[in-house]
Design a protein around this ligand. Structure first.
Ligand SMILES: [Zn+2]
Length: 265
């Protein structure tokens, strides 16, 4: 059994096919956390979770939506109490998809948005799912530094940095704060960077999880296709290969990590 800790069945790419995607995952003994990125996709994530066995929801607003809609704290706080909601997010910092001319203003708004999520997570004792992406002209790791600064200002570290793409030094900083990291199908790509492989090799067995980030980032041998939770096995196999570990041991360890982290029963 595996747990895809980050997929977006609530996105338009799946439309009504999310039911079939869930069935294909169930056939492979894969459970999942369906992650919202704005109010509508969070609402749909909760619906999908309520209607499906082995599917849980995370609700939040992605930093790239910071100018698109007002973050409705009351609505998200109320939804956070739904027993199928196991995390808050995804949220975080994104230096990539923004109007460079308004960068300072937008990043300041992302800080506020992130802290609002941390507050809801803290109040409900839920973990938070964190996104980071460096700007086009920035040196590597600026978004991670930004994330770490905001987390330290607020002081809540029950979280996972999803789709981790930083170096080992950055990973260690996050782990030292108490955060988890998770890996996507990028670990299966032939051109995966040496620094990512180093992180995969070095991260302690109880500090990482696997995810698809479906519909994006399909792992090999499905690279380029629409991703889905049933493919998460290939992410786990890619990690086992890099770490030189037995697949079954790794699969049960990462499942245990996810169960503990999201408090799944
Ligand atoms: Zn995502």
């Amino acid at each position: 059994m595996l747990i895809d800790t980050h997929c977006h069945l609530s996105f338009n790419a799946f439309d009504d096919d999310w039911k079939n995607a869930v069935k294909r995952a169930q056939k492979k003994d894969v459970q999942m956390v369906c992650v919202g990125a704005a109010r509508a996709t969070s609402e749909k994530s909760v619906t999908i979770a309520e209607e499906s066995d082995g599917v849980f929801a995370s609700i939040g607003m992605h930093p790239t939506h910071v100018l698109d809609e007002e973050f409705d704290v009351a609505w998200f706080s109320k939804q956070a109490r739904n027993p199928k909601v196991v995390a808050i997010g995804e949220t975080g910092v994104d230096h990539y998809h923004l109007d460079e001319a308004r960068k300072g203003e937008i990043l300041a708004k992302q800080d506020v948005l992130l802290k609002q999520h941390l507050q809801i997570a803290k109040e409900n004792n839920l973990p938070v799912i964190l996104h980071t992406r460096d700007g086009k002209t920035e040196s590597t790791g600026e978004a991670y530094n930004h994330l770490i600064r905001v987390l330290k200002e607020f002081g809540y570290y029950k979280g996972v940095v999803h789709c981790f793409g930083g170096d080992w030094e950055t990973a260690q900083q996050l782990l030292d704060l108490g955060l988890m990291i998770s890996f996507t199908g990028i670990v299966t790509f032939k051109n995966a960077s040496e620094s990512l492989r180093e992180v995969v090799k070095n991260v302690p067995a109880d500090r990482f999880m696997v995810e698809t980030d479906a519909p994006y980032l399909a792992p090999e041998p499905f690279r380029g296709k629409q991703n889905e939770p049933s493919y998460v096995e290939h992410v786990a196999r890619g990690i086992a290969l890099i770490r030189g570990e037995d697949y079954d041991t790794l699969a049960s360890q990462t499942t245990k990590n996810a169960r503990t982290f999201f408090n799944l029963s």
